[in-house]
Design a protein around this ligand. Structure first.
Ligand SMILES: [Ca+2]
Length: 620
């Protein structure tokens, strides 16, 4: 500690080296980002009385500022981390998919934030997870041994220390562990989400997760002690936050509050307190989301914020508490996560939460191999099949509503969907319009099917999105037809089904499937779209509709589409429907021969899990 102080003093006394002098300026704070994996605020006592005790974090919170409404923009790692490092919403630049099929390019004029810090003279290090959907390494060092200690003498640092102690994989234990390996947390004391059955395995899973939080807290305590021992604490601004929510079943990977609302604590040393928007020990309820973090860093250091960034700073010069408290909106997105394709958006405004499910016929429970490694998922599903769940617990396995609306003040765990309640009609229409406005402003590239986007837009997603603005608005209109009374929409749907543009037909078929039986009269029109000559993506959605509403066997068409597939991601999209129809709509399971695909496709993260699943001897 004394050594470092001495170095500071020595460099300060050598005016012959002005650049060294600038780099050592005591007018610049160090910044330490402590991140932890898959942490909702609901599992931490610092934020929720039902959470795990974490004394080190609680002390940091008492001396720092708790941001109680901090949202990951996506409930899974790579899209969440892509928003953090770019300051841009994933669906605006094609970074919304997890695991990426291919990395996307950053918009012109934008660099990942470590680059700006590095330019400003900071030593930037990351230990160790990256998981961005972009190419490039903006760090001085990103490794399991990265540390602030490797910076030049007197150089300010920005360091990320990521903890995997609470990561989902920690819940990949066998069900036999119940009663075999004791937990520090008493399973009878945990508070289960209303979506979960009260079984010994669920209670044990929660207890294991609480235990991991206790371990995490000890690790954070050790890290803070190292900072202190290095004599750096009085010049370092400390952030602690979770990288996405989770991680009991049905949270990570889903747009629930437990999937999105992460903990955030920011601690300022005395000399940098003027950059804090609120007093030590206080809680800020103004909304903060991951796109705001990069602009916040730049603002803290007095650096300009690139115009292309979507977020805005929540710390530093110019941030006023009153204005911060008025921020009350957060946008969430869920798309393909691994092999499971979906498309949902959420908009939280104050205590109101609106969710739009564009593929409502896909239940949340649609198979995702990685999720299913948590044993409690399997038990949850078995209880569903045995008819032993109540309506709230069973909803995970059933088709979704196209729209969801929750009053989180009365219903914090989103159990009662108010979307169809006439008493809330005005609120529904207001939030529906607001979400639409937000998505059009991006514009949201998920209206372009992922295989088409990768082929046409990956090189310059931002510019591609701008060029597709009118198309995306038109496709959104078609996607929203199911929200109107059927009598008014049938003719528009019929027109879209024969539209000259493939994507209009594609979305008309999805809209028809979202309507389900109410769109049954369209079956003859749809059969024509299933024909041999059709585009595989159109034929896929046509076969899907006819399977859903008329029980027609989709396998011959899906097989044909698979064999015509132009990319691994297109094959993945087709297999998503195959598994959906077999597991949730009583269709016979498709037989797939992996040799239909080029060898490189068979290891693709979006395709391989489906091939593995279909190869399992006994599917459920
Ligand atoms: Ca994570």
């Amino acid at each position: 500690m004394a050594f470092v102080r001495l170095l500071f003093a020595l460099v300060w006394l050598v005016p012959a080296f002005p650049s060294a002098l600038a780099a050592s300026s005591p007018d610049r704070p160090n910044i330490l980002w402590i991140t932890s994996e898959d942490n909702a605020k609901h599992f931490m006592r610092a934020f929720d009385p039902a959470g795990a005790p974490m004394p080190n974090l609680e002390r940091l919170a008492t001396e720092g500022i708790r941001f109680t409404r901090t949202f990951s923009n996506a409930p899974v790692c790579s899209p969440a981390r892509s928003a953090l490092i770019s300051g841009v919403y994933g669906p605006r630049i094609g970074a919304q998919f997890h695991r990426r099929a291919q990395p996307v390019s950053l918009p012109e004029g934008l660099r990942l934030y470590p680059w700006y810090l590095r330019e400003a003279g900071y030593y930037v290090s990351n230990n160790v997870k990256t998981d961005y959907n972009f190419e490039g390494n903006p760090w001085n060092e990103s490794s399991a041994t990265a540390t602030w200690r490797k910076r030049a003498p007197g150089q300010p640092f920005f360091h990320v220390q990521n903890h995997t102690t609470t990561h989902e994989q920690r819940l990949h234990f066998p069900a036999e562990d119940v009663g075999r390996i004791r937990t520090e947390t008493d399973p009878t004391t945990v508070q289960l989400l209303p979506q979960h059955p009260d079984t010994p395995l669920f209670r044990y899973t929660y207890a294991r997760l609480h235990d991991q939080h206790r371990v995490l807290d000890r690790e954070i305590g050790e890290l803070l002690a190292r900072l202190e021992a290095d004599g750096l604490r009085d010049n370092t601004i400390i952030f602690y936050f979770g990288d996405n929510g989770g991680v009991v079943p049905g949270t990570k990977g889903y747009l629930s509050e437990v999937g999105l609302n992460v903990p955030l604590i920011v601690w300022f040393p005395e000399r940098w307190r003027h950059l804090a928007p609120a007093p030590a020990g206080s809680a800020v309820e103004g909304f903060v989301s991951f796109v705001d973090f990069a602009p916040t860093l730049l603002n803290l250091l007095g650096l300009p914020i690139p115009a292309v960034m979507d977020g805005r700073p929540f710390l530093g010069t110019g941030v006023e508490r009153a204005e911060l408290d008025r921020r009350n909106e957060a946008l969430g997105h869920a798309d393909r996560f691994d092999e499971k394709h979906g498309f949902s958006r959420s908009l939280r405004q104050g205590d109101l939460k609106y969710v739009r499910n564009y593929l409502p016929f896909i239940p949340d429970a649609l198979r995702n191999n990685y999720r299913s490694r948590t044993a409690a998922y399997g038990e949850w599903q078995a209880l569903y099949r045995a008819g032993k769940l109540n309506a709230v617990q069973a909803r995970f396995f059933e088709p979704k509503a196209a729209e969801e609306l929750y009053d989180l003040a009365a219903d914090p765990y989103e159990t009662t969907n108010l979307a169809a309640d006439p008493a809330h009609r005005e609120t529904l229409l207001r939030l529906r319009a607001r979400l639409r406005e937000r998505l059009l402003a991006l514009p949201d590239l998920s209206f372009i099917p992922e295989p088409v986007f990768l082929e046409q837009g990956r090189e310059n997603p931002l510019r591609y999105g701008e060029s597709q603005r009118a198309t995306i608005a038109r496709l959104m209109d078609i996607a929203d037809l199911p929200l109107q009374p059927v009598a008014e929409t049938r003719e528009r749907l019929k027109a879209a089904l024969v539209h000259g543009d493939t994507l209009d037909r594609y979305w008309a078929l999805i809209a028809a499937s979202a309507l389900g039986r109410k769109a049954e009269s369209l079956a003859p029109d749809v059969r024509a779209l299933r024909a041999e000559s059709a585009d595989p993506l159109v034929a896929l959605r046509a076969a899907e509709f006819l399977a859903l509403v008329a029980g027609e066997d989709a396998r011959p068409v899906l097989t044909r589409c698979l064999r015509q597939a132009r990319s691994a991601i297109e094959a993945s999209l087709i297999l998503n429907t195959a598994v959906l129809l077999a597991d949730h709509y009583e269709q016979p399971q498709l037989t797939v021969d992996p040799t239909w695909f080029p060898a490189a496709w068979r290891t693709d993260p979006a395709l391989r899990p489906r091939l593995d699943y279909l190869a399992e001897p006994t599917q459920p």
